[in-house]
Design a protein around this ligand. Structure first.
Ligand code: PHE
Length: 395
C-alpha cells in the first residue's frame, strides 16, 4: 500500500515536472533525474559548478578560491577552451555552512546540470555535500579539504591537496625537532571535522616523537570568548599552543592568550592562511607557525609567473594557498576533461582517477588510489603581518 502510494507520488511529480516550474524545483530538491530542465549548457560550452563561502566568517577562503578558479578558466577559455568548447562557471555561495553547501550542490547538479563540481575547502562543508555528488554520479574536486573522510565518501570525490594525517605529522615534527618543544597544549574547534582531526593527528605524532600534550580544550566556531579554556591550558605551563582552527577564531584566541600572559609559540594548520588573520590577531600572532600548501615567496619561475598574473588580475592582491589550490583544482579538472575526450561525468571521473604528475602551483599532483594528492607541505612563520617561509616537508 505504502509502496504503491510512493510510486504514484513519484509518477505524478515526474509528470508535473515537464509542465510546471514549481514541480521542477521540488523534484530537483528530491534529486530526481530530470530531463531537459535548468539552464543547461549549450552545445558549445561545458558547465562546471563551484560552491564555497563567498560570505560569512570564512569568506576569505571562498573569495580567494573563486579568484584562483576564475583566473584558470579565463586562461583556458582564452586559449580555445577544451574539446572545442568554452568552460562556463556557475558559482553558489554556501555562506560556509554545511546545510547550505548541500543545498548549493543539489541546485548545481539538478538545476544547472553541471558536468563536474569544484569545492569545498572547509572539510565539514565538503562532507555535507559530497554524498549528493557521489549519488548523482557527478565528479567533485575539492581544492582544500584536508580531512581524510572527504574522499572516503566515494569514487566520484577527489582532492588536489594533502590530507591531515600528513599535516599533523608536519607540525608535530616541526614543534619537536625544529622548535625543540616538549609540552604543547591543544585548543580545538569541536564543530569542525578539520580541526578535530588535525588535533588528533598532531597529538599522535607529537607523542610518538617523545613530546607530551599538556592539555586539550575545545570551542565552537563562532565563539568569541576563549578566556576560560585558555586560563586552564596556560595553568598547565605548555611551551606552545596548537590551535588547528580557522583564521577568525585563531586571531581572537591569539589576542586573548597574550592578554593572559602567554608568551610561548602558537602553532596551527592551513586554516590560518588568510590576510584577515593578522587584521584580527595583530602582533599577538608573532611567534606563530603554521603548515600550508605553498609559499607565495617561492622563487620557482612558474610560481613567480602565477603570482604576477594573479596580482595583475586582482588589484595587486597576492594569492594565498586557497587561490593557488583553486587554480590547480580547475586545471586538473579541465586536464581530465581533455584526456577523457568527453564532458560526460563518468568519463571525467575515470580520467581524474588517472591524474599523474600534473604540474600544479602547489606542487606536482598525482592522485592516489584514495583519490588524494600526495604532496609536500611548507611551514610558515607569522612575523609582523608577513608569512615567512621556514621549511618544506616532503611526504
Ligand atoms: N584544510 C581546511 C579544511 O579542510 C580548509 C583550508 C584549506 C583552509 C586551505 C585554508 C587553506 O577544512
Amino acid at each position: 500500500m505504502k509502496t504503491k502510494g510512493n510510486v504514484r507520488m513519484k509518477k505524478s511529480i515526474a509528470t508535473l515536472a515537464t509542465i510546471s516550474k514549481i514541480a521542477l524545483g521540488l523534484a530537483a530538491l528530491l534529486a530526481l533525474p530530470l530531463a531537459g530542465c535548468g539552464k543547461k549548457a549549450d552545445s558549445n560550452e561545458i558547465l562546471i559548478g563551484e560552491y564555497g563561502a563567498l560570505t560569512g566568517s570564512i569568506a576569505s577562503f571562498g573569495q580567494s578560491t573563486h579568484k584562483g578558479i576564475t583566473l584558470a578558466i579565463e586562461e583556458i577559455n582564452a586559449s580555445g577552451g577544451v574539446l572545442g568548447k568554452k568552460i562556463r562557471l556557475v558559482t553558489e555561495d554556501d555562506q560556509g555552512k554545511p546545510e547550505e553547501a548541500l543545498t548549493a550542490v543539489t541546485k548545481l547538479i539538478s538545476k544547472d546540470r553541471v558536468s563536474a563540481l569544484l569545492g569545498e575547502f572547509a572539510s565539514s562543508n565538503s562532507l555535507a555535500a559530497a554524498p549528493m555528488a557521489q549519488s548523482s554520479g557527478i565528479p567533485m574536486v575539492s581544492h582544500g579539504s584536508t580531512n581524510p573522510k572527504v574522499t572516503q565518501v566515494g569514487d566520484y570525490i577527489f582532492r588536489v591537496c594533502f590530507i591531515d594525517p600528513f599535516q599533523g605529522q608536519v607540525m608535530a615534527k616541526f614543534a619537536h625537532n625544529s622548535l625543540k618543544l616538549g609540552h604543547v597544549a591543544i585548543l580545538r574547534d569541536v564543530k569542525s571535522d578539520y580541526s578535530v582531526g588535525l588535533a588528533d593527528y598532531f597529538t599522535q605524532n607529537f607523542v610518538a616523537a617523545g613530546g607530551a600534550i599538556a592539555g586539550d580544550e575545545s570551542y565552537s566556531a563562532g565563539d568569541k570568548d576563549f578566556n576560560a579554556q585558555l586560563t586552564s591550558l596556560i595553568a598547565k605551563k605548555p611551551e606552545a599552543l596548537f590551535i588547528p582552527g580557522y583564521y577568525t577564531e585563531v586571531g581572537l584566541i591569539a589576542r586573548q592568550a597574550r592578554r593572559l600572559g602567554f608568551t610561548g609559540a602558537l602553532l596551527g594548520g592551513d586554516g590560518w592562511d588568510s590576510e584577515k588573520l593578522w587584521e584580527i590577531g595583530g602582533d599577538a600572532l608573532n611567534n606563530g607557525y603554521f603548515s600550508n600548501h605553498y609559499s607565495v615567496d617561492n622563487p620557482a619561475p612558474e610560481i613567480r609567473a602565477f603570482v604576477e598574473k594573479f596580482k595583475a588580475h586582482n588589484q595587486g592582491e597576492a594569492p594565498d594557498a586557497l587561490a593557488a589550490l583553486g587554480y590547480d583544482a580547475t586545471r586538473v579538472l579541465v586536464d581530465a576533461i581533455r584526456r577523457a575526450g568527453s564532458d560526460k561525468p563518468s568519463a571525467i571521473r575515470d580520467a581524474l582517477a588517472q591524474t599523474k604528475d600534473f604540474p600544479g602551483i602547489t606542487g606536482n599532483i598525482t592522485l592516489n588510489a584514495q583519490r588524494d594528492a600526495v604532496k609536500s607541505a611548507v611551514v610558515l612563520e607569522v612575523k609582523d603581518g608577513k608569512f615567512l617561509y621556514k621549511e618544506t616537508v616532503a611526504p
